[in-house]
Design a protein around this ligand. Sequence first.
Ligand SMILES: [Zn+2]
Length: 544
Amino acid sequence: MNQNIVQLFRRSILLFLACSNFLLGYSCTEKNDLPKVQIMVSRVSLIPLPTTVTHGRYNIEIPKNVAISSSMTGIERDLLSETLSTIGVSSTSTDNMSAYIRVASDNTLKKEGYRITVEDDGCTIYYSTPEGRLWGVQTMRQILLQNTTTKDGRKSIPILLVEDSPKKEWRGFHLDLSRHMFTMSHIKKIVDVLSFYKINKLQLHLTDDQGWRIEIKQYPPLTEIGGWRKFDEYDHRLIEKAKTDESFKIDTRFIRGTDEYGGFYTQNELKELIAYATSRGIEVIPEIDMPGHFTSAISAYKDLSCLGTTGWGTEFSDPICAGKTENYPFLKSILKEVAELFPSKKFHLGGDEVEKTRWKACPHCQELIRKEGLNGVDGLQNYFIKEMADYVRSLGKEVMAWDDAFIEKEPQDLLYTYWRDWLSDQPGKITQAGYPIVFMEWGRFYLSATPSDIHLKSLYEFTFQPQFKGVVESNVIGFQACIWTEMIPNETKLGHHMFPALQAFSEVAWGSQRSWSSFQTRIPWHLKWLEQSGFATRKPDFIN
Ligand SMILES: [Zn+2]
């Protein structure tokens, strides 16, 4: 047994004793060397709420210079070091056993689980996987940031035992970059916050009717033409609203001339973002929405639609003509380029809101339906999605689609993002058929409507019953919050919609024991921290 293991064993025993003492309400240490400074007792407001948080009976002082374990990854050390610097404490890196913030492997912990002990001689993050260690670091940051400072400037944190692990593997955030864009540096700041709250998936909605946002090297017109639009109905509404409320002002960095909106992200920018997010525990999933919501591409390649038009049908925009199979290789080559750029094993193909009246009137579409013996335009939709999904799968990816792509009679093996809350039996049908879903129903998980305390509480207290009957919860792999940006044209407005809804969502997604009254007491510190970090937030009415 090497020395490290012996020390870890001793630490485990101490931890056990510490736990027992917490429960008995006695002093927290069996050691005679009482802490040098016993200051006041403070409590920390952690979000998402861990499985258990046990506060000790006193605080310990944070050293003036904190030694961080060199056994952590570079990014973990950087996150802790930046956090300490924010509170005016310097840091160094040193070997694990002599560090003040240490790590220790514990194979009994769940995949993303961690345990934190704050004891007289420092802090230990226990983990069984790199993910768990990172989430432990994020919780440790919340503890350090919520330090208490005495009048003479001494900083302290409470003696603490935190045990934690998530209930669901998928805790996602979806960002629409088509309707309105944000700078890469702001998207990275959002990634920082997502990681802070243990959100581990970021779905980027990169294409839609209103703009093509990802560079495709084979087809520059997709961004040169498809990346720009004349101000649309929403832009004009925003301009009108901005006359009396600045928060609706369109970010001028994305305006060209007097009446055009647009831009795109280069593949290098996206690569950088992916690396940035990956190191912070977040998988970035691309979405190329088809066959509907494709106007931006059709505006550059007119032959893609049934009649070579980019109009609007009864409900939705002119879709890709599914009957012109000669266009399939073009579409697949776009998917290939995107699939190669994103290391994620997931790929979202959209599949929502297809204007099928166009297909009904199109000779190409009708011909394919006849030739393949398809079940009308629904069958045609399934045929198209299957063709694209099979191709994406051949590139080694698992395919995702909106629940519109679930055809009950001929279900496809997709990971469905469920959103249409007016079809409340849909998640039951999909999960009973054995297919997995990511749950992001419109009513609560969409953060795009005017934010309110009523919505916040409703999101926070979400349960499947009674609205969503028959859901097989083991097939719900997780939850996703979703931002659509028609009326969110700048960073300030985005902040108003995201916070504190994202924190409420994080507790639903992480699977904490939820308590609305506890959340109300914990959220104020977090909003203050976000504001200090340069984010706009919405102050709920319950905060004075
Ligand atoms: Zn057609």
